[in-house]
Design a protein around this ligand. Structure first.
Ligand code: WT7
Length: 656
């Protein structure tokens, strides 16, 4: 952790930004929250009685089987919400709409990369979910069992998630870009009984095979009894007799209706793996009621979703954003959700704008890395399309630089749409610091203010509030309903990772500062987690993959600023005796990391060195490596360096 080496963290990287954009008047007039005074009132209300505040909202926004009598029990890290209540998430996301005019409203408008389309109304979604839920039951899946979903962005992904929820099974989605190795680890960690996958999917004009990775993963995953394969790409698959079956065959004889299994509020809805500062990914566990409230409430507060909206969150269901804002949140509100299978620039760089125009998308949510890519491609691509249906733009996943923010606002939003930069994490479950688009004046690059009920502060090492303008550690000091409850099977690591720095406060792992107006400016991770194109990776995870390669003796991975991806991955590597550095070795190491983790973790640069700089206690000095990777002179205190000669050799050896 950088924190143990205090001077490593630079908090002064965000320049002063003076521009302020008040919410458009016409937007405020019809917004769910149209005035900053309402934000103030709600925030005060929450502060005076957090339980009562969220309790009222949970009654209003969620469908309950058995109403709760107590909203909040206990304190961080043991806070529990709506404990004696019972519900089923799908009754909020689906059933409640079936008794209204929404029954034949589009729930999901899906577009495949080749241009094929499927539209599922709420009623059709209910039937698909019912059939698949019955199918899962027929395979022996019971309440509390884990089901692993290794699926691309096809409607089956949402259907399978909801089908798990329907029968009280806990889903764990593994991003389809992850390797067989990564999949195996996650399956084994949760002890999943069933894996749901697809034959393959379309990306950049090619078919990417998926089922073969499952076959590979299952060579070492004895917990899995059944594999369900959705046909999507007409890819040839080998089916293992007695273990594997096609989705279409599984549901063929199943009735449309499946009775929802009521669960208690804290029942684990899903586990989602994310990177931490050690080599092993963390299985973040989310409960049912608190998470669902966060998803629904923030979809309303931050994205102002209404019945008329066609909402498109571009995130893959393999990430938390895809859980909260491509599935649970918008469906809970009865919105229409656009879902797209493929790559953003396929077949041409205007694919996103084409989709927005074609489906009349009204609210659009994507990542800064995508926005920076579009910015570089120029205005001609969005200018080809009528984007006048848009009324709101959102950003998530990493700090957005003011230039990208302004481009988004001007070129895509035509200075008409509020831009909401939303700060949150896999662990927080839903948005935490974000503007209310009808109320909060925005500043390019700031996530603005904590949502009502979210108590964020910025503190120094000792836990004291830092003054405005000064950087510090971002913590949350009061419970909120949509926080993660534990790490799967590892409560101790949960407590150690998030609650040991400042007992009773949740440590986010991010650095931030507040300006004179109290606005939050997130400065990025202060631990060994890096954010590559909006995807979170642990440097240790990549290091473990590298040292597993035969040629490698030692490896240290750092992030370095990249104009499009935000952060690029630089790996410093020392080779085993007898292996000489060469571009061929570098390429093979890059391929090796792809195989071990997935293409997103592939190092952008491999730099060979004779030795790595270490402190006398044997810790790799990442600060030096970061400086080196960024082309800066190494700064700071070198007195703890074990061998100053190492630095010289690193300078000389920094060619690939
Ligand atoms: C980390 C969490 C939130 C869902 C997607 C990522 C960074 C996220 C912002 C933002 C600055 C951001 C933080 C955070 N991050 N959103 N709006 N501004 N930084 O979830 O994979 O759990 O990553 O992403 O560093 O800690 P995640």
């Amino acid at each position: 952790m950088a924190k143990t080496q205090g001077s490593e963290t630079s908090f002064d990287s965000v320049l002063q930004e003076e521009r302020v954009f008040p919410p458009p008047k016409s937007f405020s007039e019809s917004a769910w929250i149209g005035d900053l005074d309402i934000w103030r009132r709600l925030s005060d209300e929450a502060r005076s009685d957090r339980g009562a505040f969220f309790g009222k909202l949970a009654q209003e926004l969620l469908v309950w089987r058995r109403p709760f009598t107590k909203a909040l029990e206990g304190k961080l890290p043991d806070a529990r919400w709506f404990v004696d209540g019972e519900l089923n998430a799908t009754e909020t996301c689906i059933d409640r709409h079936l008794s209204t005019w929404r029954r034949n409203k589009a729930a999901i408008i899906w577009e495949g990369e080749p241009g094929d389309e499927r539209v599922l109304t709420y009623n059709e979604l209910a039937r698909e979910v019912g059939r698949f839920a019955n199918g899962l039951r027929s395979l022996g899946v019971e309440k509390g069992d884990r089901v692993c979903l290794y699926l691309p962005m096809i409607p089956e992904a949402a259907i399978a998630m909801l089908a798990c929820a329907r029968i009280g099974a806990t889903h764990t989605v593994v991003f389809a870009g992850f390797s067989a190795e990564a999949l195996r680890d996650r399956i084994n960690d949760t002890g999943a009984k069933v894996v749901v996958t697809a034959d393959g999917f379309f990306r950049k004009g090619n078919v990417v095979k998926l089922k073969s990775a499952v076959d590979e993963a299952l060579k070492g995953a004895p917990c899995v009894r059944k594999v369900v394969v959705a046909r999507r790409a007409n890819a040839t698959v080998s089916m293992s007799e007695g273990r594997d079956l096609f989705w279409q065959d599984l549901v063929a004889e199943q009735p449309d209706v499946c009775k929802a299994e009521p669960v208690w509020s804290e029942h684990p809805l899903f586990v989602l793996y994310t990177s931490g500062s050690t080599g092993k990914p963390k299985g973040v566990v989310h409960g049912t009621a608190g998470f669902l409230l966060g998803a629904a409430l923030t979809s309303r507060w931050v994205f102002d979703l209404k019945d008329e909206d066609t909402w498109w969150c571009t995130a893959d269901v393999g990430w938390v954003t895809g859980h909260t804002y491509a599935v649970y949140g918008p469906l809970a509100l009865g919105a229409t959700v656009v879902m797209y299978e493929g790559a953003p620039l396929s077949p041409a760089p205007d694919r996103f704008w084409r989709i927005i125009e074609k489906h009349h998308v009204t609210a659009f949510y994507t990542a800064p890395t995508a926005i920076r890519t579009f910015l570089r491609l120029g205005t001609s691509w969005p200018e080809k399309h009528d984007l006048s249906s848009l009324r709101l733009l959102g950003s998530v996943g990493e700090p957005i630089n003011p230039e990208a923010w302004m481009w988004y606002r001007e070129v895509i939003g035509k200075n008409r749409c509020p831009v909401v930069d939303t700060w949150w994490q896999t662990e927080t479950g839903a948005a935490m610091i974000a503007p209310l688009p009808g109320a909060t004046p925005t500043k390019p690059g700031s996530a603005t203010l904590p949502l009502p009920g979210i108590s964020a502060r910025i503190v120094d090492e000792g836990g004291k509030d830092v003054p405005a303008g000064k950087g510090g550690y971002l913590v949350i000091d009061e419970p909120w309903p949509w926080m993660s409850r534990t790490l799967y099977g590892d409560r101790e690591r949960f407590l150690k990772s998030y609650f040991s720095q400042y007992p009773g406060w949740y440590t986010t792992g991010d650095g931030a500062r507040q300006d004179e107006d109290g606005y939050f400016w997130i400065m990025g991770r202060v631990d060994d987690v890096i954010n590559v194109a909006g995807h979170r990776l642990g440097t240790m995870e990549i290091e473990s993959a590298l040292v597993a390669a035969d040629d490698v003796a030692e490896a240290a991975v750092v992030g370095t600023p990249d104009p499009v991806k935000g952060t690029a991955i630089v790996a410093f590597v020392t080779l085993r005796q007898g292996v000489a550095p060469s571009p061929v070795v570098a390429d093979s190491l890059r391929a090796h990391v792809s195989r071990e983790i997935g293409a997103i973790a592939r190092p952008d640069q491999i730099r060979f060195a004779d030795a790595l700089p270490k402190t006398r206690s044997g810790k790799i000095m990442r600060r030096f490596l970061r400086d080196l990777a960024a082309g800066r002179e190494a700064q700071g205190d070198m007195s703890t360096l074990e061998d100053i000669g190492v630095l010289a050799s690193l300078h000389e050896g920094d060619e690939e």
